[in-house]
Design a protein around this ligand. Structure first.
Ligand code: HEC
Length: 143
C-alpha cells in the first residue's frame, strides 16, 4: 500500500511537471504566432495590399511592443523544447541583449506606426530585422 501510494505520488509529480513544461512551450509558440500575425497585417498595409489604417497599425504595433517586454519570461530555465536553442540559456548575456534591443525597436515602432503609411513601412523593416536578429542565433530550423 505504501509502495503504491509512493508510485502514485511520483506519477502525479511527473505528469504535472511534464504538463507545465508543455504549457510553457505552447504559450510561447502561441505568442510568437501572434507576433507573426501582427507583422503580417502590418506588412499587407505597408505593401498596399490593404489600405493603411492608422488605428489598426497602432494596435498591431502595440501587440509587438507589449509582447517584446515579456519574451524573456516565456523562456524560463529548464524549458528547452521545440525550436528554442541551448544558446538561450548558455549565452544568456547575448540573449538578454537581443531581447532588450527588440524592446527598444518595437517601442520606437509603436510611436510611429499610427502616424502614416511611410513611417510605418520604414519602421516595420527594422522590426523585421530585429525578429531575425534573435531567430538566427536562438531559434533552430523547423523540423
Ligand atoms: C528575443 C528572441 C526573439 C525575438 C525578438 C522574436 N522571436 Fe520569434 N521565436 C524565438 C524563439 C526562440 C522561437 C522558438 C520557440 C519554440 O519553438 O519554443 C521563436 C518562434 C517563432 C515563431 C514560430 C512559432 C511556431 O509555429 O513554432 C514565429 C512565427 C515567430 N517566432 C515570429 C516572430 C516575429 C514575427 C518576431 C518579431 C516581430 C519574433 N518572432 C521575434 C525568439 C524570438
Amino acid at each position: 500500500m505504501i509502495k503504491f501510494a509512493t508510485g502514485l505520488a511520483l506519477a502525479v509529480v511527473l505528469a504535472s511537471s511534464g504538463a507545465s513544461a508543455q504549457n510553457v512551450t505552447e504559450l510561447r509558440v502561441a505568442k510568437m504566432k501572434e507576433q507573426g500575425a501582427a507583422m503580417g497585417a502590418l506588412s499587407k498595409m505597408a505593401k498596399g495590399e490593404e489600405p493603411y489604417d492608422a488605428a489598426k497599425a497602432n494596435q498591431q504595433a502595440q501587440v509587438l511592443a507589449t509582447h517584446a517586454k515579456s519574451i524573456p519570461s516565456w523562456f524560463p530555465a529548464g524549458s528547452k523544447a521545440g525550436r528554442a536553442k541551448d544558446e538561450i540559456w548558455s549565452d544568456s548575456a547575448k540573449w538578454q541583449q537581443v531581447s532588450a534591443a527588440f524592446v527598444t525597436e518595437t517601442t520606437a515602432f509603436a510611436q510611429v506606426a499610427g502616424t502614416g503609411k511611410d513611417p510605418m513601412a520604414a519602421g516595420l523593416g527594422k522590426v523585421g530585422q530585429a525578429c531575425g536578429a534573435c531567430h538566427t542565433p536562438f531559434r533552430a530550423p523547423a523540423q
